[in-house]
Design a protein around this ligand. Structure first.
Ligand code: ADP
Ligand code: SR1
Ligand code: MG
Length: 420
């Protein structure tokens, strides 16, 4: 075990064995075995992740150190993010147990979480999308996860007393929120030391972004919504590397960016990352496999996710019309006409928020600090840039025109139009 700055004790393979042996809630999962194997598998941007196996069990240990792993110690970051990750894994797990791994143990002083090991064939969804694997239950599972976690933590279900208490607690995750403000809503629209893109092919496209005043007005609105709209306990980083999947299982991991924010930020993150996967497919096409059928599957999944989410959120809302939620009191809104109108307006605004945030998430992955494997794994830079340019054109159009879209079918048509 080495001592990092801020008094953290960074685990290594050897010290982790000792830690597990002295922690009953972890040691019992691996059958109190003397024969523990440790492997560090962290491929995310921020933390260290260890898989611990014994002949009779396995678990995952995740540790946050006080900096951003992918950048290094020059970018300090509060290790309290681990507290918020554990807190939200537990809360979202309580609200939607089939789609969130169980937390066995949390150690605040070590910024360490012990959780269920998502064993193979679970893989990170993004890798499955690059390998053109279809997941028939993905839309259903993600719609279930998003509708339950967002509904039950919003004022549609809880009282303003509970909401304010929870909002206050999650305001503590300020450093992670500020990281998002910077890398999603600011840096892509200005010169920043961290920005990069497929140069020289996208030099002009990146410049156009920085000079697009209409886009800047839109992104300012989205940023203020991200900072001000405490609508629900959102995951906060729901891209396609935050799900581990098989053909019949979808598990949402990595909720360290969670806070009370706009629902559309989660929905947009997931749908926007599926759009990224869609535009990356041409870069992975080879002779004999043009990936056209797979592209259609991605678009169908986008459509089904939104439509199922819509249906499930409304169903939860109707079933809890007389529940504790302070937003729409039944004494005022019990007339079916006004009730329908309230729901129609709410879902329309949420749809437009999701399109806006989804677009911002797409843009940041092309010209910002953190890129995604969907495109990074396209080795031919010119081909990669062609795919990435379509993302930028699609995202700019969606962000600016989002209020004109009435249904997800129209969005799919617009994506197809840009693709051809
Ligand atoms: P970061 O916070 O650094 O982004 P992640 O939570 O995304 O870290 O985890 C990094 C990697 O560790 C994932 O891509 C996945 O391969 C692996 N991983 C994380 N949690 C689990 C788990 N519960 N079971 C199996 N593998 C996991
Ligand atoms: C330095 S930016 C790192 C990014 O990785 C995380 O997964 C978040 O998306 C964050 O924006
Ligand atoms: Mg991650």
């Amino acid at each position: 075990m080495t001592t990092a700055n801020n008094g953290s004790r960074a685990l290594d393979e050897k010290s982790l064995v000792e830690y597990i042996k002295s922690t009953p809630s972890l040691y019992s999962v691996v059958g109190e075995s003397d024969n523990l194997e440790i492997k560090e598998v962290g491929d995310g941007n921020l933390n260290f992740v260890y898989i611990v196996t014994s002949p009779s069990g396995a678990l995952v240990v995740k540790q946050a150190l006080p900096y951003v792993r992918s950048i290094g110690e020059s970018w300090p970051m509060s290790k309290d993010r681990s507290y918020f990750e554990a807190r939200t894994l537990k809360e979202h797990g309580r609200l939607c147990p089939p789609h969130v791994p169980e937390v066995y143990h949390f150690d605040h002083s070590m910024s360490l979480i012990g959780m269920r090991y998502l064993a193979p064939p679970h893989i990170i969804l993004r890798k499955g999308l690059i390998g053109r694997v279809k997941y028939p239950l993905l839309a259903e599972h993600m719609a279930e996860y998003m509708s339950r976690t967002l509904f039950y933590t919003s004022l549609l279900y809880i009282t303003t007393t509970d909401h304010k208490r929870a909002v206050a607690e999650f305001c503590g995750n300020v450093e992670l929120c500020r990281l998002t403000e910077q890398v999603v809503f600011s840096d892509p629209y200005k010169v920043s030391q961290y920005n990069r893109w497929t140069s020289p092919y996208l030099d002009h496209d990146a410049k156009l972004l920085r000079e697009d005043n209409v886009l800047k007005l839109e992104v300012a609105q989205l940023k203020s919504m991200f900072c001000e709209k405490a609508q629900a306990l959102i995951h906060g980083d729901l891209h396609t590397s935050s799900q581990m999947v098989t053909q019949d299982s979808t598990q949402v991991i990595d909720s360290e960016f969670s806070f009370y924010g706009p629902m559309g930020y989660d929905i947009g993150a997931f749908l926007g990352n599926l759009v990224l996967a869609f535009f990356a497919q041409d870069g992975h096409a080879v002779e004999g496999d043009d990936r056209e059928d797979y592209k259609k599957w991605i678009l169908r999944t986008i459509e089904e996710t939104w439509n199922l989410f819509h249906k499930k959120l409304i169903a939860l809302w109707n079933a809890n019309q007389d529940g504790p939620g302070d937003a729409y009191l039944p004494q005022i809104y019990n007339n079916p006409d006004v009730w329908n109108l309230v729901q129609t307006n709410y879902m329309r605004d949420l749809f437009h928020d999701s399109l806006g945030f989804g677009s911002a998430k797409m843009i940041r992955r092309i010209v910002g600090v953190a890129h995604v494997e969907d495109f990074e794994s396209i080795m031919d830079a010119s081909k990669r840039a062609d795919c990435e340019r379509k993302v930028l054109n699609c995202a700019k159009m969606l962000m600016k025109e989002r209020r004109k879209f009435v249904s997800i079918d129209e969005v799919i048509s617009a994506i197809l139009h840009i693709d051809h």
